[in-house]
Design a protein around this ligand. Structure first.
Ligand code: HEM
Length: 468
């Protein structure tokens, strides 16, 4: 292990040190890592097994240079060869072409979101967009993964308890990592108790939902979905030429959990971030409105995401939203089991977990002046903006980066274009504190006690068409 300053070793020697910040203070270890860097410099040991580096220029060297790195975090993704086999089997359903084919499915869910906005308009009630966006992204990823939507947008009561259970499972991630037997216990309880639990409390919902995943998998494996599941990722994965040990119920269950966890909160949070900042800044709202009006003459005919990705201002907004919302707020540890890694004068022994955090790149003021300010214009400055792209890494980089990047972009472009072309929204009792990343539960979360993003939905003044 690298020889670090003695007081840091003493502080970080115990894994309990991390548990205190993660569990007792609730997702605050990332802030403590920042404080350690300010005290000790760009490289610190943060627990007995892991080194953290805060240096934007080192990101590509760590993540993008050697594809054989292993992940070492809450996602138990196995050694390189095994992970690569699984990854190849899954990514073929998430290529740009595959997403283009399934674009109508995304649009159906956006249409459902629009119905909720129309209802809010008719009843003159604020709509909780942070909630509705998450329902929509969960409905999309469940349809992609299992062939059947959870229909959260249509069921306010179910959606409330499901999203609470999901948020709770993100808070459990750190415990699951520290106490691996806990995930075996949760799995066992889901299998044996899940079907009998009817109560609405969070743990009951979590276990019932884990049991429901097993039931859906069983239906898919035994062709009992009336054709609905045929084009789902799991069905296609099952028909893939993989060895049987890659298709066990346990592995399929873990894969479903990974896809659902990875696919909904991230995109939901990015949409929330984008919408808040657009509405909080009238100049940005007006410039976006002009671009959308010029490029989309009929609000009911939204272009494909490939066409939308050529809208410069909308694209700049999406980049800026991905920058501020971070992707993962958690550090992303990698292990090089085959060779040592050099950083400056340091030589880090092979087998050591090394991590970096997106905040160190996305909020670096030497790369992004006024880093906490939402400024889409920074992405429209020609060559200067090109230079910043290197430090925008919401999906991470290298052989273990996000698999759902194209699906995420399709959702972001289509949803923002539809919502801002069709509706005149106004923030309702929402401040930056309700949406700004403050805590880290692998994905970022705002300070507790907020009400999320709420909006009033108004008729667009210039449209005479019926409100849809
Ligand atoms: C704005 C939206 C999203 C962002 C910012 C995002 C970001 C990330 C990040 C930072 C990681 C960790 C990568 C690493 O450890 O290096 C990740 C992993 C992953 N993401 Fe996403 N993601 C998004 C949406 C999605 C969607 C819609 C899916 C749907 C399939 C998805 C699927 C995955 C999967 C499967 C992994 C694990 C990859 C692996 O371990 O090889 N993501 N994502």
């Amino acid at each position: 292990m690298v020889d670090l300053l003695p007081e840091l070793v003493a502080e970080a020697d115990e894994a309990r040190y991390e548990i205190y910040y993660e569990i007792f203070l609730g997702g605050r270890f990332a802030q403590q890592i920042d404080a350690l860097h300010q005290r000790y410099g760009p490289i610190v040991r943060i627990n007995p097994f892991e080194i953290h580096i805060s240096d934007p220029t080192f990101y590509d060297t760590l993540y993008n240079f050697d594809r054989r790195l292993e992940k070492h975090n809450v996602q138990h993704t196995g050694p390189y060869h095994q992970h690569n086999l699984r990854r190849r089997a899954l990514t073929q359903f998430l290529t740009p072409r595959a997403i283009q084919r399934t674009e109508p499915l995304i649009c159906l869910n956006i249409a459902e979101l629009c119905r909720r906005l129309c209802e809010a308009h008719s009843s003159q009630q604020p709509a909780s967009l942070s909630h509705l966006y998450r329902c929509m992204t969960a409905d999309i990823i469940t349809t992609f993964t299992l062939g059947e939507s959870y229909k959260l947008l249509q069921n306010p009561k179910d959606s409330e308890s499901f999203l609470q259970a999901f948020a709770f499972s993100f808070r459990l991630l750190w415990l699951l990592r520290e106490i691996p037997y806990l995930s075996i216990a949760v799995r066992w309880a889901g299998k044996t108790l899940g079907r009998w639990l009817r109560a609405d409390w969070v743990l009951a919902t979590l276990l019932r939902w884990q049991w429901a995943i097993d039931t859906q998998l069983d239906d898919l494996q035994n062709d009992r979905t009336d054709g609905k599941g045929l084009s789902s990722i799991i069905s296609l994965y099952l028909s893939n030429n993989l060895p049987p040990h890659e298709k066990t119920t346990q592995h399929l269950h873990d894969t479903v959990n990974m896809l659902l966890a990875a696919g909904f909160e991230t995109t939901g949070f990015t949409l929330t971030t984008a919408t808040y900042h657009i509405l909080a800044n009238s100049a940005i709202l007006s410039r976006l409105g002009q671009e959308l009006h010029a490029g989309i003459p009929y609000p009911d005919h939204i272009p494909s995401w490939q066409e939308l990705s050529r809208f410069p201002y909308l694209s700049a907004i999406i980049k800026e939203s991905l920058r501020l919302s971070l992707g993962a707020s958690a550090r992303l540890p990698r292990v090089n089991s085959e060779r040592e890694v050099s950083y400056g004068n340091w030589t880090i022994p092979k087998g050591t977990a090394i991590s970096m955090s997106h905040t160190d790149l996305h909020y670096d003021k030497s790369v992004f002046p006024e880093p906490k300010i939402f400024k889409p214009e920074r992405w429209l400055a020609g060559l200067e903006s090109k230079g910043m792209e290197k430090y925008l890494v919401p999906f991470s980089r290298g052989g273990r980066k996000c698999m759902g990047e194209d699906l995420a972009y399709a959702e972001l472009y289509l949803t923002l274009a539809t919502v801002f072309r069709k509706y005149d929204l106004q923030l309702y009792l929402t401040t930056l504190r309700d949406v700004e990343p403050a805590r880290d539960f692998f994905v970022p979360a705002p300070e507790p006690g907020g009400n999320g993003l709420r909006v009033l939905v108004n008729q667009r003044q210039e449209e005479n068409a019926p409100f849809t």
